[in-house]
Structures are given as C-alpha cells and as structure tokens.
Design a protein around this ligand. Structure first.
Ligand SMILES: [Zn+2]
Length: 363
C-alpha cells in the first residue's frame, strides 16, 4: 500500500520543529536532506505501522500489519522488521538516508530511558528497552514515546493546533490532546514540547477517578474515565444495555448490518442524536464524566486548546460542542473563555504521524 499525504505545513511559532535556520541548541547544523521513519505499535494489536517521511513530515510510503490479538514483543519486532524491509528500499531513499526513527507506543513508556514499561495484557514488554533495541538494529538514533504524547505533538505541529491562530494572545502555548480510543490517553504539549512529568506518566488521564463505584477499567480499578468514555466502554455499554430494549436492539442491528458486536462509539453518538433513549443515556454519561475530568485538568494546566482524537472523536461536533458548553459551565470564566475544544485533524493517522513528528524533533 503506497500513499502520499501532506499534513499541513510547519508552524514555526507553535511547534518545536524548525526546518530552516542556522544552528540548533545541540550545535549541529540542520539536516536539509534525508528522511525519517515513524513506527506505530498499538496496545491492542490492531495497528502496527511503519511510515517513511521526508523532513517536512510528508509521508511518502506507509505499510500496516494489523494483528487479531494483543501483541507480544517477538511478534511485533518481527513484523516491524518485515515492514521496514518493505519500506526502506534503495529507490525510496534516493535523496538521502534515514536520519532518525520515532516510535509511538500504545502503552506506558518511560521516554527519558527509552523503555516500554508495559503494554496492558501483552507479554514480553515489561521494561523492554525498545529505543536501544531499534537504535542498534537500525544503526540510527531512535526516540520512543507514548502514542497519546506523540499524537499530541503531531496535532500541534501538523494538525488541529498548528494554525497561526491556535494560541492567539496566549502567554504560553498549552495544548491538551485526549485520545479516546480503545483506551483513553492524554498528552500535554507546552510551548512545542511534550510535558512528561517526573516519571513520564503525565497525561495518563484514562485512569483518573471520576465516578465512585463506576464501571471496571482495563487496569482493574473502578470508576476511571476509561471505563466510561473510551470507545470500548461506549460500545460495551450499548450492547449490554440494549438487551432489555427491543427497539434499541433493532436499531443497533440496522446500523451495524446485523453485527451488533461491531457497533462503534460514533454510531452510538448518532443513535443518541436520532433520539434513541439508551444511546442518549450512555452519551450523557460521557459528557458528564469526560466533562468533569477535563474541567479538573483545565483548572490545573489552563490549556488554550483541547484536541479530541481517537475513534470516539469521529462523532465530531456531537462530541466537541456539548463538551465545550459543559466546560464553559464547569470552569472559571477566566480559564474557559479562551479555551477551544477541537476534533483532531489527523484522525486515525494521528499516532503514526506522531511517530514521524517525534523523529523530526530537533533535526
Ligand atoms: Zn484505570
């Protein structure tokens, strides 16, 4: 599969990337020729991808190998090897060599050490030194980070917060990215840099407690945001609750082509908008508890923009508008009046573009 894509242009005011100029803080001269490689490893196995991009972030080639199961290290590293071999052909590298590799990992990552702490429910990943492993294997500098952090950076550099008006009049350019996928991840980008915190767990907002005695979360605890507002939580609630409502069951069969187990969060939002009472109840919970979590974050970090990504964000304005209104209600006016809630611009490619963006940092 070969595709060409451009995701906007660099915004040198909002991003940390500068492609033109003279020397960097490292003292190195800027590279003007060459490529970077982005690698995406999802925690569920659904997406293992490799992309080759030029130094402006334009993806020249990408390949993807989905897995049906949660990926162990051996399987994933073998797939990555195969995808790299497929991607890095001499014809594609005619204009220079690969300068750096970025990896977006759907798990807990210690970015300062380059270690994957854990991929939930997967074998072989605990404290796996992925950064060193790939750097040695490819003989190139490599940088790894959590996928929500990578997507956050990508949305700031190339996506929803890359425009010149993204942080108008802001004294600090603070963007919060919320990835509402199978799980929930968050990433904070402050003045063009990912904010990692003391031990690289900043942004793990999926595990914020928002509802005591709430549903069980993937981590085993109860009442976490991820157990209510992730794509999986929304679909699961819809399937579970519909059992007692024949009309809702029939509606689910209609929108899924009789494959109820495949109902997506976006479809639940659309059913709610069309008046289905069960769907409305579920979506109301999402607005309520996602609203609480985001309002609490807003009061702590005062972001200029909140970018919603992942499958749930495919609901578009059905998600962003009520949340924006809810934040106006819940937050101090001084904190919320300049706050913008946006759907991510990179869609399902945010993590892979994120991996490319990681690789492009400081080149
Ligand atoms: Zn949790």
């Amino acid at each position: 599969m070969s595709m060409q894509h451009t995701f906007g242009t660099f915004n040198r005011d909002s991003g940390s990337l500068t492609l033109q100029g003279t020397a960097r803080t490292t003292g190195k001269l800027l590279a003007t020729q060459g490529y970077v490689v982005g690698i995406e490893i999802s925690g569920s196995g659904a997406r293992q991808s490799v992309a080759l991009a030029d130094l402006e972030g334009k993806i020249l080639y990408r390949t993807r190998r989905p897995l049906e199961h949660v990926p162990d290290t051996e399987t994933v590293l073998k797939l990555i090897d195969e995808m790299l071999a497929e991607t890095l052909t001499p014809e594609r590298l005619s204009d220079g060599r690969v300068l750096r590799v970025g990896v977006a990992v759907g798990g807990l990552v210690d970015a300062s050490q380059g270690i994957v702490r854990t991929l939930h429910h997967a074998h072989g990943w605990n404290d796996f030194p992925l950064q060193d492993y790939l750097a040695k294997r490819l003989d190139r500098p490599c940088i790894i980070d959590n996928n929500a952090n990578a997507a956050a950076l990508a949305e700031v550099v190339f996506g929803a917060a890359s425009g010149p008006d993204s942080f108008q009049h802001a004294s600090e350019r603070v963007a919060l990215y919320v990835g509402l996928g199978r799980g929930i991840g968050g990433g904070l980008v402050v003045n063009g840099k990912i904010y990692h915190g003391a031990s690289s767990t900043a942004g793990e907002i999926g595990h914020m407690l928002v509802k005591e005695q709430g549903p069980k979360c993937s981590c085993g605890s109860y009442g976490h945001l991820e157990g209510i507002a992730s794509a999986q939580a929304i679909s699961r609630a819809m399937i579970g609750l519909s059992v007692e409502y024949p009309e809702t069951e029939a509606a689910i069969r209609r929108v899924t082509g009789a494959r109820a187990e495949r109902i997506t969060a976006e479809q639940v939002f659309r059913m709610a908008a069309a008046g289905d009472a069960v769907a409305r109840g579920i979506i109301q919970e999402v607005y309520t508890y996602l609203g609480i979590a985001l309002a609490n974050i807003v009061h702590l970090v005062n972001p200029g923009v909140i970018i919603l990504g992942g499958q749930v964000a495919q609901a578009g304005e059905l998600l962003t508008r009520p949340l924006q209104e809810r934040l106006q209600d819940l937050c101090l006016k001084a904190a919320s009046q300049s706050l913008r809630v946006s759907q991510g611009a990179l869609g399902a490619e945010a993590n892979l573009v994120g991996a490319v963006t990681l690789a492009l940092q400081d080149i």
